[in-house]
Design a binder for this molecule. Sequence first.
Ligand code: WT7
Length: 761
Amino acid sequence: RASSSSEKETKKRAKEEEEVPPSVLGPSHATIHSSSVEKETIEVVTDDPREQLKRYQEKYRYSIRHPGAFWAELAYENYSWENRDEFFKHNEHNERENFDARKGDVNVEFFKGAKTNIAYNCLDRNIEKGLGDAPAIIFESDEGFEREKRCETLTYLELKEKSDKLANHLIYVCNVKPGDVVVCYLPMIPEVVVTMMACARIGAVHNVVFAGYSAEALAKRIIDSEAKVLVSAAMSYRGGKAIELFKIVAEAEKICEIQGHRIEERVCHFNLPGSEPHTDWPKEKAEILAAYKQRHGGNEMSPAWTDAPHGIMRPYYGLCLLESFDLALDEQESRPPPVTIWRDAEDPAFILYTSGSTGAPKGVVHVIGGYMVHVGETMKEAFNVKAGDVTFCTADVGWITGHSYLVYGPLLNGCTSILYEGKPDYPNASRLWEICDKYRAKVLYTAPTVIRSLKKQGDEWVTKTKRDSLEILGTVGEPIGESAWTWFHDVVGEGKLPIVDTWWQTETGGHVILSLPNVGEQKPGRCGLPFYGCIPAILDPQTGKELDGPNVEGLLALKPPALPGMFRDIYKNHERYVKSYFQEIDGYYVSGDGARRDEDGQYYITGRVDDVINCSGHRIGTAEVENALARNVFVTEAAVVGIPSEIKGQELFAFCSLREDIQFLKEKAELKSSKYTPEQLIVRDLMDTCAKEIGSFAKPTGGILLLQPGTGIPKTRSGKLVRRVLRKIAKGDLTGDFGDLSAVANPESIQCIIQAKKKAN
Ligand code: WT7
């Protein structure tokens, strides 16, 4: 392990400091100009950006010269640790990292030996400061669903009480021990925060699975993370629709069981509508009791549940079949709060699955201490927040943005976080702005895909709202591009608010490159400058060599020092961790994105350069969708590429080789329909397959091209799909000019596919 605390390393750092790319030094002045036609210079709202830039540069230089000290100071000052004084007094430079597999194991380490608890830092620390009665979470539900026991806000104290109760349930009923993985399949309801806090309190590792994933995808993540406990909800509501999550959960459990993995305990939050129960739910008490008894080896249901005040007769249907539910939590009422488990800073905090360019999804492992400090500090710097501020992050909690800037970041800073259950444009396109007005949000953090779709609906939806509480507009997830940026800035922000673009990834845990408010020139579409303590690099895609200076474009990479929030591993697959991120180009973390650095040292992200597709901010691995499609009975082989989409950024387009000739398939009974052609039926079936294997968001909405058997899909001699060509065809470029095809093993397939595409058009 390479220790950066050694003198040599310090010297190297000092030397590196002189070599800080001139890029980060930026211009000596900075102005914010509106991107509207007049290009007028606008008075800066808060502070002089020139001063701000200078301050940034000084702090940045210090941070990369003394990363250990820089982060330790923040960790010591702003967070609670069980052994705070002893640890930080003696371990000023306590970070280690090695990005170069040739020099030993690739690893990142911060504050090892310091003991902390992230739930304590999110809740107790704020309560001690007098924020107990301040709202921690404001829940804004989807329209049209009146729910029983639905809370609108949770204060810091209430969030602690609720999560303590669940923590006790996890300990005493579910037998969860520190280090155990708890899968959380939950929609955007306060219980998801309660559950994450409960896990963190007792040292359990949460694995939140986005509730838009299918049963198959959920099962895969349960099995891979070896989870024995599952927390879910009965229902989910979005855009005026109710989704029966409990059915998906039951199906996932079945799949797990078939594959030899048993979930031992589950907690199911109600989240039921107050209105009449669904017609196919069992309604009679006797019916429910009998079903329970049958499912539980003849055991009777606990009287604590059957005699509950609300009565089991309400739509508690399948919940009792899922064994455990909210009512059970009431049994924890009399127990004292659980003991906070102080864990090592380097112990795992959570696993979050994300897609890579190849193979199965990866369980990204984040640790407690580094993640906490990184996310807490980036939240503060990016959004200028202090305790009591209201922040609104529209990301789903099932993604890293939700984890870091909807849950942990705001709570670590004593903020009030708005948790919005529904869709940005339901019931109409004013929804987000109305929520900002209703709760006086200071920060709105959203995604380009949301901005583009709301832009399309017209300015009036925005201009009829006030938005006067907003001070910062943030964006994340994909390149924003000039036109969405300009609309966000000019219309939503009325030309007055800084746009904070933030580039980062599930792997980095928190922001990496961003436009800190009022630091440097606001240019449409720019992403910004590196956060403190990290050094981005642009690499030549051919040679892997680092391209110095301004005005260069290539692969976006990071070199040491590491940010404390960087992921530490891929769950149970350290080899994949090292191989897919650090070995492509020795000494660098290669991000998978392309970027350009301009003359001011600002970065512009150009998008993924690998086989990952960013569709409406959902990160989808082409391989995953290809595997799903190839499991469909009609298909032998599939290739998936991304095509540009006005709203979604990218959309999936699939090429599918059919198993049998379409003429033959037409004869098949199941393809006979008066309304649809066999081709349409197959396409629909393929769409369903993607939804079933992964989730609705993985449907190739850009199109599916069916290829007759024998057509083939262009591949290199080593069997790699020639996506460059497929991408062109998918986009409709059928000129046949595909550049050098000498590496293609079956070039004749290209003409066949072009013909098929022409015919389909
Ligand atoms: C990928 C990571 C990290 C938050 C949400 C997505 C793209 C992320 C930006 C941005 C351009 C961005 C990249 C990255 N991305 N932020 N500000 N500008 N592209 O997390 O699912 O892990 O996806 O999202 O392509 O690699 P994720």
